[in-house]
Design a protein around this ligand. Structure first.
Ligand SMILES: *[C@@H]1O[C@H](CO)[C@@H](O)[C@H](O)[C@H]1NC(C)=O
Length: 424
């Protein structure tokens, strides 16, 4: 399973035309591509290779591309499906706005790659919503900055961010932009995994934003990670500050970019660093567990054609710190002096979840190794919102990435989310 998956990662990433790498394809890769192409339909293979706006266009949905520049110069790309194709398809009508935010190593592709009838972005548009899908700084679609170069050799300035910046800066910037363009006062928010972490950061550190949220739906909510069962994250947790400093030393700030996964992982990390060994052998499982019964093998090339979509090393270091410290705290800069300079305290302050006041709905599952029930319970008990509910997915084997790619995600999760949103 793992080996087959890794081969597909190579193939899917090398085959992506929009992201040609400088190294020539080996005969081996060519042969692999031919083998895969003959096994999967042209349609699946094409979907693996199209960028998100083209993918949406292919299925004849309306799509808009928007760019948002943050206060610190990152240029974020958003993808909007303003109305439906088969239903609710009259343009120029006012519709409730839903902002959707992906998880770590993922992108807006998560909400469309499973196709019409399955992808959350399409379902929401058909239900009459104006759908805006964000992309966090550093992923494939938001790998731009007004001055910093993400590809700078031995200079990782572009990559100096974790989910703290994504929550404090990216998400509020995108929300403000969406409200301005649509003329609305408030919107609904749906996040998956890190898309929930970023919301909790924003709503606790910039509480005024709670007033811009009609309802927040956290799919696989990640804040506390004390009970994390992801072997890889557990392995890096004790080294979370070292990982970042080693990576900085070798001039690496980016982690699992869309293009050169295997080249990068092989050359930069997998040589001798003991700390990185678990990463090298577990690339596919970084994003979290899945349930075999929820896994549509036919769609594997499409998933791997879009995921991983890139992140910073610091995002992983920050999650590693959360596991090691058993808290939900701001980024630990690794020295008392650095933390004092940044926060005025020797250790990073905790995110104050009691400041969250927007209506929050947690959708979680029993087998999720990244959003473990005990951690979700703690999160639930500390969120300050008066309107606060949690829903355990009624399939005990349902897991972390099944919230995005699971065969029954619509029936088990999305239908309930849509019902709640319509009732608000
Ligand atoms: C799996 O994906 C293929 C290709 O999109 C689709 O035709 C099929 O119906 C899916 N299977 C299930 C069980 O959803």
């Amino acid at each position: 399973m793992l080996r087959g998956g890794l081969l597909l990662v190579i193939a899917a990433c090398v085959a992506t035309p929009a992201t040609a790498t400088s190294s020539p394809r080996s005969n081996y890769i060519q042969e692999l591509l031919v083998a895969i192409e003959s096994r999967y339909s042209n349609n699946v293979f094409e979907d693996a290779n199209l960028i998100v706006p083209d993918l949406i266009r292919k299925y004849r949905y309306p799509v808009e591309v928007h760019h948002v520049t943050t206060s610190d110069g990152y240029i974020l790309e958003m993808h909007r499906i303003p109305y439906g194709r088969d239903a609710n398809n009259a343009p120029n009508l006012k519709r409730p706005v839903i902002f959707v935010m992906h998880g770590v190593l993922c992108s807006s592709a998560d909400f469309v790659l499973m196709g019409p009838g399955s992808g959350l972005g399409y379902l929401l548009a058909e239900e009459g919503f104006d759908v805006w899908m964000g992309n966090a700084r550093g992923n494939y679609y938001s790998r731009k900055h007004v001055t910093l170069n993400p590809d700078a050799i031995l200079n990782t300035a572009f990559w100096q961010f974790s989910y703290d910046e994504i929550g404090n800066i990216d998400v509020p910037s995108m929300i403000d932009y969406v409200l301005q363009v649509t003329g609305e006062q408030k919107l609904h928010y749906i996040g998956h995994s890190q898309g929930t972490t970023a919301f909790f950061v924003m709503a606790s550190m910039r509480p005024a934003y709670n007033n811009k949220i009609i309802s927040m739906h956290a799919l696989a909510p990640v804040a506390y990670m004390a009970h994390n069962e992801n072997l890889l994250l557990q392995a890096i947790a004790p080294f979370s500050n070292d990982i970042e400093s080693i990576a900085s030393l070798v001039g690496v700030g980016e982690f699992l970019p869309h293009t050169t996964v295997m080249t990068w992982a092989g050359e930069a990390l997998c040589r001798n660093e003991v700390v990185f060994q678990p990463i090298c052998s577990n690339i596919l499982f970084l994003i979290g567990g899945w349930d075999e019964s929820q896994h549509n093998a036919t769609m594997m090339p499409v998933i791997l054609g879009h995921t991983p979509a890139g992140s910073s090393v610091k995002q992983f270091a920050h999650y590693g710190q959360g596991i090691a410290q058993k808290g939900f705290r701001r980024y630990d800069h690794g020295s008392i002096l650095a933390n004092l300079a940044k926060y005025g305290t020797a250790t990073p302050p905790s995110y104050d979840l009691s400041k969250i006041s927007a209506p929050v709905f947690l959708h979680y599952s029993k087998s999720d190794p990244l959003a473990v029930v005990a951690d979700v319970d703690r999160l639930f008990s500390e969120i300050g919102s008066k309107i606060l509910s949690r829903f355990l997915v009624p399939l005990s084997s349902f897991s972390h990435i099944d919230f995005m790619y699971g065969i029954s995600a619509k029936e088990l999760v999305y239908d309930r989310v849509i019902n709640i949103i319509k009732s608000m």
